[in-house]
Design a protein around this ligand. Structure first.
Ligand code: GLN
Length: 455
């Protein structure tokens, strides 16, 4: 029995199922079992197989970001989060499918075809980290890494019935995380349980001098935090996250989870975050503006694929028009417009001011007595493949409850709280900056009280 047996078994399962009629298209590359190593045979994750979203740079497997423009691209260095997971003993079994450059909510924007939801293969797994969420839900791995710019860990976790954590901005290094919207991007973790997701977070969290936005603060014991209980805590329930049109079945599951928190000794209190209605437009102005700048590097010179003949401009045009997909182009155009002279203040400036109001809303409720907030993760369960691809605004609205945490930089977690029509539903715990521990304690209490009825 070798420490590598579990990971080799995981790879065999992935290869077998992904080659057959029940394939999920969760992986863009799978590791060669012969070349696996355990970097830390006595580490806390020694031998634990993990899946890594294809937006995190790895030296042993390609990093495509779900895009044609990076097809076959090999990074010369490794992302800090991956390096740290390996340093804890984890074994990377493959790179997971995703919406191209993490732009999307369904994994349908991948240039390599969509991932299917393991609970119902006619439905999306959510996105953009849909491959990682599906890999955990399908039982290929118990933990996975993803990235969350506006909900891309929490929303697919909800759709696939697993746990997803987006830490405080600055908690995990973004070094080697391909940039989409740098002021919002954060590496996150998936787990089958709250403890699994917390253990992977433990391994990857902490200051990194290679990322100037990572913060030098001690990393608490996250696994212990899961069991710390909720007695005496005040759980805020924001009115804006319970709109009239919310699916009554989802509301019922949220209320049931709140009931378990009350039974564990927490106080549940209605609160208000009045600027929530500006969150989606604010997010899409800021995210597209930052993306238009970050994605200018895919010019055919420095990375990956080169297309187009003749002069420099034809090479740029050929590479970008053929290498990038429709949603990515839409966002580059929107972002370029929002940043252009004459419109900069009207769009980007206004969005930045709205962002401050959204941050202020959170500050007020957290400093006003709420220890954490509890909301649905997404307004609906997993939707059908193709159902929203022709309507970007409908697609963008599936992030309405998740983008605020990225705009404010606070931590958020999604965990399973039951099913509607056989499909998993997620509940979201939001906590103040740096208080992942309290967030994990609340999630741990809900998970334990709901037991099997959450899944
Ligand atoms: N769905 C959102 C978007 O398309 C969030 C994506 C993400 O978190 N990476 O931008």
């Amino acid at each position: 029995m070798s420490l590598l047996d579990v990971a080799r078994g995981a790879i065999a399962r992935i290869r077998e199922r992904e080659a057959g009629p029940e394939a999920l298209n969760a992986f863009l590359s799978v590791a060669d079992p012969a070349s696996l190593t355990v970097d830390a045979p006595t580490g806390p994750l020694a031998g634990v197989p993990i899946a890594v979203k294809d937006i995190l740079a790895t030296t042993d497997l390609p990093t495509t970001c779900g895009s044609r423009v990076l097809e076959g691209y090999r990074s010369p260095f490794e992302a800090t989060a991956v390096r740290r997971a390996r340093a804890a003993g984890a074994v990377v079994v493959g790179k997971t499918n995703m919406d191209e450059f993490a732009m999307g909510s369904s994994t349908e924007n991948s240039a390599y075809g969509p991932t299917l939801n393991p609970h119902d293969r006619t439905r999306v797994p959510g996105g953009s980290s849909g491959g990682s969420a599906a890999a955990v839900a399908a039982g290929y791995v118990t933990m996975a890494l993803g990235s969350d710019t506006g909900g891309s860990v929490r929303q697919p976790a909800a759709f696939c019935g697993v746990v997803g954590i987006k830490p405080t901005y600055g908690r995990v290094s973004r070094y080697g995380l391909v940039a989409y919207a740098s002021s919002l991007d954060q590496v996150g973790t998936f787990g089958r349980t709250v403890t699994d997701a917390a253990r992977l977070l433990q391994a990857v969290a902490g200051h990194d001098e290679r990322d100037a936005t990572s913060v030098d603060r001690p990393v608490p014991d996250y696994e212990k935090a899961v069991r710390r209980g909720v007695a005496g805590l005040v759980v805020g329930v924001p009115a804006e996250y319970d709109p009239d049109e919310l699916d009554p079945e989802i509301r019922r599951l949220v209320n049931r989870a709140l009931e378990t928190l009350r039974a564990c000794g927490a106080e549940v209190r209605r609160v208000s975050l009045p600027h929530t209605r500006y969150a989606i437009p604010t997010y899409y102005v800021i995210a597209t503006a930052e993306a238009s700048s970050n994605l200018s590097r895919y010019d055919g010179v420095r990375y990956g694929v080169r297309r187009g003949e003749g002069d420099l401009v034809s090479m740029y045009e050929g590479t970008r028009s053929r290498g990038l997909g429709a949603e990515v182009k839409r966002r580059i155009m929107l972002g370029t417009y929002a940043l252009s002279a004459g419109y900069y203040d009207e769009y980007y400036g206004t969005a930045q001011r709205a962002r401050l109001h959204i941050i202020d809303d959170f500050r007020r409720v957290f400093y006003g007595g709420a220890d954490v907030l509890f909301t649905p993760t997404s307004p609906t369960p997993a939707f059908k493949l193709g159902e929203r691809t022709s309507d970007p605004v409908q697609m963008y609205l599936s992030d309405v409850f998740t983008v605020t945490a990225n705009l404010a930089g606070i931590p958020g977690l999604s965990l399973p709280i039951g099913r509607v029509g056989g499909l998993p539903v997620g509940g979201q715990v939001l906590a103040p900056w740096w208080d992942e521990e309290r967030m994990l304690g609340v999630a741990g209490a809900i998970e334990e009280s709901l037991g099997g009825s959450a899944r």
